[in-house]
Design a protein around this ligand. Structure first.
Ligand code: UT7
Length: 352
């Protein structure tokens, strides 16, 4: 039995935010964002939309693509670092939104950028156990909740026409190294037990918590009493902090290494890979992984220019787009790889 992706779907929110628009509320430029990260625009959700809502759009599309009704699913895995609530997780909210059976477990994963990879592993283990045959895996994020909305961000989504003050611009500029990189979005896949050559072949997952500090968030922490205060928000502590250069260095060395490891486990030469789908955090990182693996650029696709970094959603969105535009063909060998907060990283080898 293999774990085979039989349906895919995406959930993209309505507001397209260009680099120029961000330049209106902080000291940044299209040129800086484009050259450092490759991002040209990203999507922002409607106020009130949550990662469960975007996940539900993606999940409904994935189920329709797989030809399944809600009652056909046996388990749900939901990966997000931006859940609707601290509790409960998005899993039960999605179960209710989709009208799924109640005799079905939902697992909430929080491996951030590696969430989809960890979800693939978990879905595969559920299927290989023989207890579940049809698993819905969702990666969805609502990063706009991190943004300092009190500083005039409403103008970006057309909810306000007021001029952002110079003082607000100066404050927005304090977090520009992070806020410009992220977007909202969701991707979902249905994974089913099938006989045959296609399916998940190998996975390698890693954790190194000594690197937890390089990408973390200090505010809204249960080590604080109370866990969140207006002062924390004022001080920008509810926006994640990142040592960008350290994460960059780890990403360009550990992701290619993980891809090589799954290829070795699967006895597949790296050059036999049809596509390598890399977590979309930075175009320079994606190009670094491509060069480290010695592959031509067309084998390492990207869509970061349109969506920015959507954390757990980047890989299922990219997989969906490559499948629907014909870049993924039956029988093709594909590697997935990601690295992010944790540090968590890894790779998966998959035959389409
Ligand atoms: O998905 C999670 C995993 N995350 C990643 O993989 C991200 C990995 N890291 C990166 O992608 C890059 O490190 C960044 C894109 C985040 C940053 O690029 P960088 O080349 O490391 O830039 P930097 O942080 O060293 O900043 C360079 C300069 C600074 O100015 P000074 O100190 O040299 O005068 C920043 O203040 O660029 C300035 N800067 C900006 N300027 C305009 C930082 N952010 C911006 C901005 N607009 N948005």
């Amino acid at each position: 039995m293999r774990s085979v992706i039989t349906g895919t779907g995406i959930g993209l929110p309505p507001h397209v935010i260009t680099n120029e628009a961000l330049g209106g509320i902080m000291d940044t430029s299209d040129q800086w964002i484009r050259t450092r990260s490759g991002i040209q625009e990203r999507r922002y959700a409607e106020p009130g939309q949550g990662s469960t809502d975007l996940g539900a759009i993606a999940a409904r599309a994935a189920m329709a693509d797989a030809g399944l009704a809600p009652g056909d699913l046996d388990a749900v895995v939901f990966a997000t670092m931006t859940p609707d609530h601290v509790l409960p997780g998005n899993g039960p909210l999605l179960q209710a939104a989709l009208g799924l059976r109640t005799d079905l477990p939902t697992f909430d994963l929080r491996q951030q950028c590696s969430g989809f990879l960890y979800g693939l592993e978990l879905a595969d283990l559920l299927i290989q156990s023989g207890r579940y045959r049809r698993v819905l895996l969702v990666g969805a994020e609502l990063h706009t909740g991190f943004m300092p909305w009190h500083l005039g961000w409403d103008t970006l989504i057309g909810r306000s026409t007021r001029e952002v003050t110079e003082a607000e611009k100066a404050e927005n500029t304090l977090s520009r190294d992070r806020t410009v990189l992220f977007g909202d979005g969701a991707g979902a896949v249905v994974i089913e037990a099938k006989e045959g050559e296609a399916g998940l072949l190998q996975t390698r997952l890693f954790t190194d918590g000594t690197g937890a500090g390089v990408l973390t968030m200090h505010g809204a922490s249960f080590k604080r009493r109370p866990f969140v205060t207006p002062e924390q928000i004022q001080a920008g502590e509810t926006i994640p902090v990142m040592s960008g250069k350290e994460v960059f260095r780890s990403a360009v060395s550990l992701m290619p290494q993980a891809v090589r490891e799954v290829c070795a486990l699967g006895k597949v030469p790296v050059e036999d890979l049809g596509l390598v789908l890399v977590h979309q955090a930075n175009l320079r990182i994606i190009e670094g992984v491509q060069k480290a693996l010695g592959l031509p650029p067309e084998k390492v696709p990207h869509n970061i220019e349109r969506y920015g970094n959507t954390t757990a959603a980047t890989l299922p969105i990219l997989f969906h787009e490559c499948l629907k535009d014909g870049r993924i063909r039956p029988g093709m060998l594909i590697a997935f790889t990601a690295l992010g907060s944790g540090l968590h990283w890894g790779a998966a080898l998959y035959r389409a």
